[in-house]
Design a protein around this ligand. Structure first.
Ligand code: PLP
Length: 430
């Protein structure tokens, strides 16, 4: 839903997008903080209705900067990190470490050491190598750390479909079918240092139907009951990962958080009723669904190239360096003219980035009103995996990031300058 002010300009968090572009420069990534909070609170409200224990753990890989960590903390959320960089961002943001989970399929010894030093709440253990490292790091101490076992559930979901297979070809998690997961369970239960709080599984991204989660709940509860019988252990937490789909373009029809959560909880209760297990807490890890539609990329339009009877390109001052998703995954976005987002289209253009790659196209076949060089183009729903995947390709600095809320705009990440870009370079000859 596009909001405008009396001048007819796009507004973001109550701020005029044209003013934002002029005040902070372009390319600029602007977040509507009200939308971030709203999305987060949708997840919480849906769980609150069900009365089961839960945590919403924001997957910070979608956007890992201090400002978002601070908003998530204010919203009483948990945080997922996948690297020492994301972890130290959380530390710098003042995020309570007890509410942080550390993910990753190849955490280094140094990263695990850092996580232990910082008293991270939960380590989501991915493989045997990590189990060994943790045991080594904790050997000879009286310390205990909460862990979850990441399981490869043999269920993969994407949009409306999900696939269930006995085994899954994934680099993440302990394989269930081959017995590796059970072996990991035995190892953790025998450890003096690892306190197992439950199981984790993540089934995919941009999921538009709840059926994959239903299948996952059934599988995890069945497995938990089986392992309870064999080993007398029952999980306090089932973490079902993230992947909740969002609307990038009109073709995407995502479910509301409550649609997912009500079905998950209904399935959970029904499956648990068939067992001797107590109702576990459910943790979810939405990333995209929290920050995706709250983010807008503002660009200045420059060159125009018309190829008669074929295509018109308009080029902008950003592109794959600040949003790799269209080139990487053919992701679709929608763009509009920030000075008049509601104007009727008069042309169909392809929005090209400024980078030296033919594939650097942000939006194909976008209907737009007349545009001129200097106009501000807004690409919608760029808040997830845009800035967090940004690069310095072509030695272009990464854009600035602004958080806007109730008509107030605050710079939360500075624009990278040429001196930032060469800061780490050393001379070879001098
Ligand atoms: N949790 C895990 C383990 C993930 O791998 C991911 C994404 O890759 C997420 C959560 C977040 O996914 P999304 O941003 O699609 O919600």
């Amino acid at each position: 839903m596009v909001k405008t002010n009396t001048q007819g300009h796009l507004t973001i968090g109550g701020c005029d997008a044209i003013d934002l572009a002029h005040n902070f420069g372009t390319p600029l990534i602007v977040y509507d903080v009200t939308k971030i909070r709203y999305q987060f609170e949708q997840f919480q409200a849906a769980f609150d209705e069900t009365k089961i224990n839960y945590e919403i753990s924001y997957a910070s890989k979608a956007l890992a900067i201090k400002a978002i960590d601070q908003v998530i903390n204010q919203e009483q959320g948990h945080l997922d990190v996948v690297s020492s960089g994301e972890l130290m961002t959380a530390v710098a943001a003042g995020f309570p470490m007890a509410k942080v989970s550390f993910h990753g399929n190849n955490k280094t010894r140094a990263e695990l050491n850092l996580a232990l030093d910082q008293h991270v709440g939960t380590i989501i253990v991915d493989n045997f190598y990590e189990l060994t490292l943790l045991e080594q790091l904790l050997a000879g101490t009286a310390s205990q750390i909460n862990v979850m076992l990441r399981l490869a559930p043999g269920i993969t979901a994407h949009t409306h479909e999900y696939i269930q297979t006995g085994q899954v070809d994934s680099k993440f998690g302990f394989d269930i079918a081959s017995g590796q997961a059970e072996q990991a369970l035995k190892q953790v239960l025998a450890s003096q240092h690892l306190h197992l709080i439950g199981y984790h599984a993540h089934i995919g991204s941009q999921i538009m139907a709840v059926n994959g989660f239903s299948a996952l709940v059934k599988k995890l509860v069945k497995l938990s009951a089986n392992w309870q019988e064999k080993y007398g252990y029952q999980p306090a937490v089932l973490n079902l990962g993230g992947g909740f789909g969002i609307q990038y373009t009109a073709n995407d029809q995502p479910l509301l958080p409550k649609n997912f959560i009500h079905q998950i909880v209904t399935d959970l209760k029904a499956e648990i009723a068939k067992t001797n297990l107590n109702l576990p807490a459910i943790w979810l890890e939405p990333g995209r669904a929290i920050v995706g539609t709250a983010g807008y990329s503002l660009y200045t339009i420059g060159a125009r190239k018309e190829i008669p009877n074929l295509r018109t390109y308009i080029s902008v001052d950003g592109g794959m360096g600040d949003n790799i998703r269209p080139s990487l995954y053919q992701a679709k976005y929608q763009a509009l003219l920030a000075s008049n987002p509601l104007a009727s289209p008069t042309q169909t253009v392809t929005v090209a980035g400024r980078y030296c790659e033919s594939g650097d196209i942000l939006v194909k076949n976008q209907p737009l009103p007349d545009t001129s060089p200097g106009d501000i183009l807004a690409v919608l729903a760029t808040g997830a995996y845009g800035y967090s995947m940004a690069s310095n390709y072509n030695r272009v600095g990464r854009p600035a990031v602004v958080f806007a809320e109730n008509g107030q705009a605050k710079l939360v990440v500075k624009r990278e300058t040429a001196s930032d870009l060469i800061r780490l370079d050393l001379d070879y000859l001098n």
